[in-house]
Design a protein around this ligand. Structure first.
Ligand SMILES: Cc1cc2nc3c(=O)[nH]c(=O)nc-3n(C[C@H](O)[C@H](O)[C@H](O)COP(=O)(O)OP(=O)(O)OC[C@H]3O[C@@H](n4cnc5c(N)ncnc54)[C@H](O)[C@@H]3O)c2cc1C
Length: 396
């Protein structure tokens, strides 16, 4: 009746980690990845906190950079220097990172099927059925449970009524050879990004990742960052391979369907402040595998039984994600002049010292709430809040 205990759909960090946890528990697990190899077309800066490396056993061999200092640029090119007391963040090569996770999942017993796109999924009383396309042939597999880990792809979730995130943001990135960049650079303002920021991330081998996350045309922001570095002609001459990818913003309505859970970005579990999704994906993989494991041993797969997953996700992420959404809607309404004022206020109130002592890379709510209490920021905040209130009043 069943080919597997669990089918995992998608071979990114969230799917691979779920697969590893479940097969390490002696369950029969299959993972289907649509691409011919793991980590093939990944578009990601690979910035992960030391906290993530402390909580999970992650492949240190994939680390290609370590970040401790940053230069933060305002729209008027004002620059604030930030230094963290210790290295709290590393940069991984996602191709190597994902392949190391795949190797470990396979060692634990997961069967990995490449070039295998799940084109449809359906849940039944006693099983889940997935239709897989490999080349020109389609084949169906059955399992007791399934985990959707498809990243920023929501067709399967929508077909099951699980929904999709509030928005899909636009991400763009190039990786280039460059001398003399030692510190992380971050760029704020509308010429770089609407609502978020752009970045230059130095790697250890005289290379850097340059990218933008935004709600509008990301190419414009990329051009402006390369212009800041005096490298825009290389872009126009076609010397850089430009990679684009969407980024989920906001949790999906329902991460649970009968016998099926969604993890990682496929559930919209991405930081709403920075777009980072690797660590939240790994945490959700840990939670989901515990719930699937219990469901399989109790033989109870009704959505009500699986709702515990939704509750656990809420406890872990809800406040953080909602706060990020609120902060984003406030920030994306600011014009460049107001963002410049935020920078001035941050300097006057010495907020970066506060962040370096109290900030956490993956959890921003507490620090941002405290920062917003600072006297010079408060004036800009109140103006923004009044505008938010007016917008809300007119839209409701
Ligand atoms: C420009 C940019 C920079 C980023 N930088 C960072 C960063 O520095 N740090 C960070 O934490 N996050 C970053 N992110 C976000 C991060 O890349 C994702 O959140 C993360 O990869 C999510 O992991 P995942 O396993 O949930 O999904 P993914 O890594 O997207 O993996 C999903 C997998 O599922 C496969 N798949 C999809 N549909 C199907 C299907 N139907 N059948 C079979 N397989 C399927 C895909 O091919 C893919 O391999 C960035 C994103 C962008 C766009």
């Amino acid at each position: 009746m069943h080919d597997f205990d669990t089918i995992i759909i998608g071979g990114g960090p969230s799917g691979l980690q779920t697969a590893h946890f479940l097969s390490a528990n002696n369950l029969k697990v299959a993972l289907f990845e649509k691409d011919p190899s793991i980590g093939m077309d990944v578009v990601c800066s690979g910035v992960i906190s030391k906290e993530a490396f402390g909580r999970f056993d992650l492949p240190t061999s994939a680390i290609k950079g370590r970040l401790k200092e940053a230069e933060l640029y305002s729209p008027s090119n004002n620059n604030i220097h930030y230094s963290h007391p210790e290295e709290s963040v590393v940069v991984v090569d996602r191709h190597q990172f994902d392949n190391a996770l795949a190797e470990r999942a396979q060692k634990s017993g997961t069967e990995v099927f490449l070039d295998s796109k799940v084109v449809s999924i359906s849940n039944h009383d006693n099983f889940v059925e997935c239709e897989i396309r490999r080349g020109n042939t389609n084949r169906t597999y059955r399992a007791k449970t399934a985990v959707i880990a498809t990243g920023v792809s929501f067709n399967l979730q929508e077909s099951l009524g699980m929904g999709r995130p509030k928005k899909i943001l636009k991400g763009i990135q190039v990786e280039i050879e460059v001398e003399d960049i030692e510190k992380l650079k971050m760029f704020w303002g509308n010429q770089y990004s609407r609502g978020f920021f752009g970045w230059v991330i130095p790697l250890e081998d005289s290379r850097a990742k340059i990218g933008v996350m935004t709600e509008k045309n990301p190419m414009e922001g990329l051009e402006n960052i390369l212009g800041h570095l005096g490298l825009e002609n290389n872009l126009y001459a076609g010397k850089y391979k430009i990679q684009r990818r969407g980024i989920s913003f906001g949790r999906i309505k329902n991460p649970v369907s009968s016998r099926i859970l969604a993890v990682g970005e496929a559930a919209g579990l991405v930081k709403t402040t920075t777009g980072g999704g690797i660590y939240y994906g790994l945490i959700s993989a840990e939670i989901a595998s515990g719930v699937v494991n219990d469901a399989l041993s109790d033989k109870s797969f009704h959505p009500d039984m699986l709702r515990v997953y939704e509750k656990l996700l809420k406890n872990e992420f809800s406040k953080e994600l909602k706060f990020g959404e609120f902060f984003h809607s406030f920030y994306s309404d600011l014009n460049d002049n107001e963002i410049n004022q935020l920078f001035d206020a941050a300097k006057k109130d010495d907020l970066l010292s506060y962040i370096s002592q109290n900030g956490k890379f993956d959890w921003h709510k507490e620090a941002v709430i405290n920062i917003l209490k600072s006297p010079n920021l408060r004036k800009i905040l109140i103006k923004g809040l009044i505008r938010q209130g007016t917008k809300f009043a007119f839209s409701s």
